[in-house]
Design a protein. Structure first.
Length: 270
């Protein structure tokens, strides 16, 4: 059996968490990440019959029966993942229609998965239905996107168009736009259900006055989605109080669609 600390999926997650913390997206114990893993990826590193303990999930998701996830722990600081992955991360297998999680590795201090686990799992289900290659769900608190939700109209079309107009790459990176939820109590099934519904039409979902959820095929893509939206929000905050002299027009964005083979969300461009 190989040492799981050498597993590519674990190394990449630790690197990503460290980078997210360095970006200031995940203060204290803020933020959480989950990665869907294949049984074949784990077989060389874990005895899949050795269940350490079983943890109730507090929700049901029959689509996730038997699925494996590498997930961050509740109350954990991302900055510490590089020093003690086994205490800050865990590998779980969902059973009983998603109502139970069998811990196969990690959470060595007696902890468990993030309190946002229901929102993550529901978002995984929603994204599968759109794109089966989506395997990562990432939640964090980027300062500029968070600030933007205090002063910008939360209408999804308006919010998306503002971001698209800030950076040429935005419409290319997230042509489906950004969905937005008003403030809701975090850590509940209700916000999980609302997020999952929004995930059906976009890979980025902003939680007003809280943060953002992103989904993608791998950690790089998901990190890059959030990174691009956050950069656009930063630019907007720097110029929003100034007279706008130039912008990226809808005509220019149509040119970007043609050049990069993407299609903007229906009705978002004139």
């Amino acid at each position: 059996m190989k040492d799981i600390l050498t597993a590519p999926f674990l190394i990449e997650l630790v690197r990503t968490l460290t980078n997210m913390y360095a970006h200031g997206w995940d203060e204290r114990n803020g933020g959480n990440v989950s990665v869907l893993l294949e049984e074949a990826e784990l077989a060389d590193f874990l005895d899949l019959n050795a269940v350490i303990r079983t943890i109730p999930t507090g929700f049901a998701a029959p689509e996730l029966e038997g699925k494996y996830f590498l997930v961050t722990g509740t109350g954990k600081y991302f900055k510490n993942a590089q020093y003690d992955p086994a205490a800050n991360l865990g590998v779980v297998r969902l059973t009983d229609q998603g109502a139970q999680a069998q811990l196969l590795w990690g959470f060595t201090d007696g902890g468990k998965f993030t309190s946002e686990f229901p929102a993550h799992m529901m978002s995984h289900v929603a994204r599968w239905k759109v794109d089966p290659e989506n395997r990562v769900v990432m939640h964090c608190h980027p300062a500029n996107l968070l600030a933007m939700t205090y002063v910008h109209d939360l209408d999804e079309v308006k919010f998306t168009r503002t971001l698209w107009q800030m950076c040429t790459e935005c419409i290319v990176v997230f042509p489906e736009g950004v969905n937005v939820l008003p403030w809701m109590l975090c850590g509940t099934n209700e916000i999980g259900e609302a997020t999952a519904q929004k995930m059906e039409s976009a890979r980025l979902v902003v939680w007003a006055q809280h943060g953002i959820y992103g989904a993608g095929k791998d950690l790089d893509e998901t990190f890059g989605l959030i990174e691009t939206a956050e950069k656009a929000a930063e630019i907007w905050l720097k110029i929003a109080h100034l007279p706008l002299v130039n912008t990226i027009s809808d005509e220019a964005m149509h040119l970007l669609e043609a050049r990069f083979g993407v299609k903007a969300r229906e009705g978002y461009l004139r």
